[in-house]
Every structure is written in structure tokens, then in C-alpha cells.
Design a protein around this ligand. Structure first.
Ligand code: CUA
Length: 296
């Protein structure tokens, strides 16, 4: 199969060419009529009448109907193609939208905001939302698809080359709608397999001071870290948070300084986000930032 975005691109090109031909034809007829029937050539004033010309009326009804029928059939074919066209997906990934971040589930293992998929492999996303309506959209890979609470929609993804493809929530979903970025990382099958194996393993660091700070504060109400007793589900799973490129669904690059700044005051960078400001001493903040920054 080919990437759904390619199928959409081909259809858009065909419709664009048809529309351009109609535009040129109509404008040419208009310019010709203005020239041919100008007043200096037709001094009598009254133009010819076209009432009750059955052949003309049938022609200008049938021609647009035929053009629209052709576009309709092409669109049905494209819709079937971008939905998978009978090709079974090699893999299903659960995608859940939250205000304002994305959760991607790989059979029990969860990650956030960065979706990893293998190249040249048909993937089906099972899309749903836990709160309001969001819309998954990575333009280079496929169409938009709404994510609705209580409903599961499906979206076929297929990427022909490895790389990083950015997307964005495409349905206004609240104050931080703009900071609801998606990054799809398309990898070779071997790279993807080793990424997934690493994601499935529990957190690397155990028992340090930062872990103590994490587990003894309200962090655990919303976040999970596999291998600890933190099992919150309202916020992103942090088991491998340091393996991700950004914080806050794209709002900050993920490095040591930004991690600390984010923990100090998330509302400064993402006002309205459900992550509260947690009062911590400087020493606790340092330890927590170092702990989370080591969760590769
Ligand atoms: Cu989520 Cu807009």
C-alpha cells in the first residue's frame, strides 16, 4: 500500500486539474462572449434570447452531474484506500487524547506525545478521548481523525520512509489546544523493536533521593513509573520520560535545565495545564529533576 497522505494528494491533484479546466473554459467563453457581442458589433441593442432551449438545458445539467459523479467515485476509492483497503494492520496502537497531551499504548506499555512506528508497516490507531473532542492530525502521514469520548475511531498510518513527522491536535479543545503537539518517529523494524523493548522494561534508577521525593509528593496521584508504587493514570506515564524529546507535549525541549524549570512552575510554560505547581525545596527539586532526567 501507499501512505494515505499520497492517496489524498493524488485525489486533490485530480480535483484541482478538473476545477482548473472548468475555470479556464468558463472564463474563455466569457471573454469570447464579451468580445463577440460587444455593442459596436451589435448596434440594435437587444441580445439574442435562449429561452426554452431544451438541448442546452440538458447539457448544462448533465455535464456538472457527470463531473461530480466522477469525483464522487474517485473519492469513494480514496476513502477505501486510506482506510486500509482490505490490508490488515500489522499492529494496533491505542491513542488516547487528554487535555492537553497524547497517550500511546502498546499493549500495556504506555508512552506520551511521541508515537513510534516501524517504517513500511500498516499501523491502525484506535483513537479515543478521556475528556473533550480532540483530533489527531499528522499531515505528512494521513488524514485528520476526531478523537471522541466514549467512541473509538480508527486511523490507518503507513510511512514509506524513516524520520520524524510532526502533527498537532486539529480540534479546538481548550486553552492549551495549541500546545498539543504530536511527533511520529518512524524507525526501521530493528530500531523500533529495541525502542519498544526498552519502553517495556521498568525504570532504570531505583531507590534514590529523587525517587523518594517523587513518591512522597502528589506526583503519584497522576503519574505512573513502572517498577515503583506510582500508578497514576491522569498524567503521562513517566517510566521513560527522559527518552522523550519534549516536555508538556512540545512546550519545552527535554533537558536537565528545562526539566527543573518545568517542575518548578508548569503553569508558567503551560498555563491551564492540569499539572499543578508543587511546592518543593531547592534540594528536593534538584533531586527530582535529576531522577526524572535519568529515566531513559
Ligand atoms: Cu486537543 Cu485541540
Amino acid at each position: 500500500m501507499r501512505p494515505p497522505a499520497d492517496a489524498i494528494g493524488t485525489l486533490a491533484l485530480i480535483v484541482g486539474v478538473i476545477a482548473a479546466l472548468i475555470f479556464v473554459g468558463v472564463e474563455a467563453a466569457l471573454v469570447y462572449a464579451i468580445w463577440r457581442y460587444r455593442a459596436s458589433r451589435n448596434p440594435t441593442g437587444e441580445p439574442a434570447k435562449f429561452e426554452n432551449n431544451r438541448r442546452l438545458e440538458i447539457a448544462w445539467t448533465a455535464a456538472p452531474a457527470l463531473i461530480l459523479a466522477v469525483i464522487f467515485v474517485l473519492t469513494l476509492g480514496t476513502m477505501a484506500e486510506i482506510n486500509g483497503a482490505g490490508v490488515a494492520p500489522t499492529m494496533r496502537i491505542a491513542a488516547t487524547s487528554h487535555q492537553w497531551w497524547w497517550e500511546f499504548g502498546y499493549g500495556g506499555t504506555k508512552t506520551a506525545n511521541e508515537l513510534h512506528i516501524p517504517v513500511d508497516t500498516p499501523i491502525d490507531l484506535d483513537l479515543t478521548s478521556v475528556d473533550v473532542i480532540h483530533s489527531f492530525w499528522v499531515p505528512e502521514l494521513g488524514p485528520k481523525m476526531d478523537m471522541l469520548p466514549g467512541t473509538t475511531n480508527h486511523l490507518r498510518l503507513f510511512a514509506r520512509r524513516a524520520g520524524s513527522f510532526d502533527g498537532q491536535c486539529a480540534e479546538f479543545c481548550g486553552v492549551e489546544h495549541a500546545w498539543m503537539r504530536i511527533r511520529v518517529i518512524v524507525q526501521s523494524q530493528a530500531e523500533f523493536d529495541s525502542w519498544l523493548a526498552a519502553q517495556r522494561s521498568p525504570a532504570a534508577t531505583q531507590g534514590g533521593e529523587g525517587e523518594r521525593v517523587f513518591l512522597s509528593n502528589i506526583c503519584v496521584n497522576c503519574h505512573a513509573i513502572a517498577g515503583t508504587k506510582a500508578k497514576g493514570t491522569a498524567g503521562p506515564d513517566l517510566t521513560h520520560v527522559a527518552s522523550r524529546a519534549t516536555l508538556g507535549a512540545g512546550v519545552l525541549p527535554n533537558d536537565a535545565a528545562r526539566m527543573r524549570a518545568w517542575l518548578l512552575d508548569p503553569q508558567r510554560y503551560k498555563p491551564g495545564s492540569l499539572m499543578p505547581r508543587v511546592p518543593l525545596s531547592d534540594a528536593d527539586l534538584d533531586a527530582l529533576a535529576a531522577y526524572l532526567g535519568a529515566l531513559k
